[in-house]
Design a protein around this ligand. Structure first.
Ligand SMILES: Cc1cc2nc3c(=O)[nH]c(=O)nc-3n(C[C@H](O)[C@H](O)[C@H](O)COP(=O)(O)OP(=O)(O)OC[C@H]3O[C@@H](n4cnc5c(N)ncnc54)[C@H](O)[C@@H]3O)c2cc1C
Length: 500
């Protein structure tokens, strides 16, 4: 049997596995991504929201512009969600500045969010990963020993191979073989309500929509509540029909009900799903780490799922690189679970809270009545929408505001994302950071000399960003703050997981 050796094997080439590979490559670490799907699943678009934070990370990899230029809905096209009696029906209210899409040129983020179908994100990441992606193969099992991991992989034609890796990142989704292999278990619950996704083509539908551009059209018709949106600016659309069981679904009827008219429709694909709130009880063994849906699953409301996984990918990616390059002891890797698992737990709770009030709960039979009945009930429904849906569409506290405060590898009181700011038109402070660690602030200070000496001693690259008169900040590869002000003695060693 052929046997290949690689520093890191990534099981699964969905968005999170690919992001892990890109992060490793960013630090010059070779990996192999094993993925059964030869091509991305264009007709199963799932995620449509790439968060402002994921876009900042894509900017760090040099991919943000590529993704934006290929996204069918330009960021300037709309940042609104419309709530209506149907796609073609009466408008109840609208929410703007959704999903950080308004953050163009903002002082809050180096990149706004971007509405873009998940397969396109995967396509851009696949191109970036290049030859490290092995498609047509899947991981069937693995054994870990003191020196590495032996991973068994099988091809669709039945061929088998072994790959020897120093580390494995399991990004193989909800039915993760990797999770089982390390004896980790999902804990949590699932929503009782079934959902039915449809991708459809409807020529001329867009011209008939009275609400103008919006990234979501929520349909609050009690007879068929759901959400509709455009996949492109031609004639392809997605929708979620809520409360519909696959066995009862008549896709054409569902689309027409959500549209509110007997429109011409061609069904391209259907995808039944149930929302899950699941968190793996452990994220890692010594050499195998879980990331993305393999480690956590949350309801899609708020658009956090794969975005949380991108955060996982960056966290485990830079840490594996630091260990493999000899800058950090293996103990650093144990902080992956302690830093990322609480964030997934918070995200699951936030997304579950968003799910508590959806179109079926907001729908009111009076909305479907005469103009008079509609006018009478509309203010109360609009008020309920404002009250219950704000956190779903405006969650920058979670998306940009999560911190690693309390982690053993950040100095007390730090761990937050380094605040972005513009240094020049179009140039974010982030663009000046190095791939490894960075020292930002007044480099004339004695603390700066100490940190530069620590980096030299540990052999860790340290990008120096001189901002005279500003407090000195040690920034990790993932743009989170590891130390700020005070006594710098041992700060870089701490950030790399060397014991105090
Ligand atoms: C309706 C809906 C809407 C959503 N909207 C959003 C959104 O707006 N924003 C957001 O961030 N998230 C959203 N999500 C969630 C998002 O789709 C997932 O979180 C995301 O796909 C997880 O990425 P992943 O790479 O971890 O897992 P997956 O995408 O599941 O990828 C896992 C990969 O592993 C491969 N694989 C499986 N088994 C093996 C094996 N044995 N060996 C090797 N490879 C294997 C699979 O082929 C697959 O490519 C949504 C989900 C749904 C259902």
């Amino acid at each position: 049997m052929e046997r290949r050796q690689v520093p890191v094997l990534v099981a699964g080439g969905g968005p999170v596995g690919l992001a892990t590979a890109v992060e490793l490559a960013h630090h010059g670490i070779e990996c192999l991504v094993v993925e059964p799907r030869e091509t991305v699943s264009w007709l199963r678009p799932r995620a449509k929201t790439t968060s402002a934070r994921s876009m900042e990370i894509l900017r760090r990899w040099g991919l943000a512009e590529t993704l934006r230029s290929r996204a069918p809905l330009a960021v300037a096209w709309s940042d609104e969600a419309v709530f209506a009696t149907s796609l073609l029906g009466r408008e109840i209210t609208r929410i703007d500045r959704c999903f950080g899409l308004d953050l163009v040129g903002s002082d809050l983020a180096a990149e706004p969010g971007q509405q873009v179908p998940q397969p396109l994100v995967e396509e851009v990441l696949r191109e970036a990963v290049g030859d490290a992606l092995l498609t047509g193969w899947q991981v069937t099992g693995l054994e870990e020993d003191a020196d590495g991991v032996t991973v068994r992989i099988a091809a669709t034609d039945g061929a088998e191979r072994e790959v020897r890796a120093q580390y494995v990142v399991g990004c193989d989704g909800s039915r993760s073989v990797t999770r089982d292999a390390i004896g980790s278990r999902y804990e949590g619950r699932q929503d009782a309500r079934p959902n039915f996704n449809i991708v459809f083509r409807a020529p001329d539908l867009a011209d008939r929509v009275p609400h103008g551009p919006a990234v979501h059209y929520w349909v609050l018709n009690p007879a068929q509540p759901g959400i509709v949106g455009r996949l492109d600016l031609k004639d392809t659309w997605w929708c979620i029909a809520q409360g519909v069981r696959a066995e009862d679904a008549d896709p054409v009827r569902l689309v027409r009900n959500l549209a509110g008219a007997d429109i011409d429709v061609e069904i391209l694909a259907t995808d039944p799903w149930t929302a899950r709130m699941l968190l793996a009880d452990r994220y890692a063994s010594r050499r195998v780490f879980l990331a993305g849906d393999a480690a956590h699953q949350n309801p899609p409301y708020g658009g956090h799922g794969f975005n949380t996984g991108v955060g996982d990918a960056v966290n485990i990616g830079w840490k594996l690189a630091a260990v493999l390059r000899g800058w950090a002891p293996e103990a650093l890797l144990a902080t992956y679970e302690s830093e990322r698992r609480p964030i997934a737990a918070d995200t699951i709770e936030a997304a579950a809270a968003n799910m508590a009030t959806l179109a079926p709960e907001l729908a009111d039979p009076a909305l479907m009545g005469t103009d008079e009945e509609f006018a009478k009930v509309r203010p109360a429904v609009a008020e309920a929408i404002r009250r219950t849906k704000d956190s779903e569409f405006h969650s920058l506290d979670l998306v940009l505001g999560y911190t690693y405060t309390g982690s053993p590898i950040v100095a007390s009181g730090t761990g937050e994302r380094l605040p972005h700011r513009w240094l020049a038109p179009g140039e974010s402070l982030y663009d000046r950071l190095g791939r490894a660690f960075s020292l930002v602030g007044d480099l004339g200070s004695p603390q700066a000399a100490s940190l530069v000496a620590q980096a030299r001693e540990l052999g860790v690259p340290l990008e120096e960003v001189d901002l005279p008169g500003e407090p000195l900040t040690l920034v990790r590869p993932d743009q989170h703050v590891a130390w700020r002000g005070g006594d710098p003695e041992g700060a870089l060693r701490l950030a790399l997981g060397h014991l105090r």
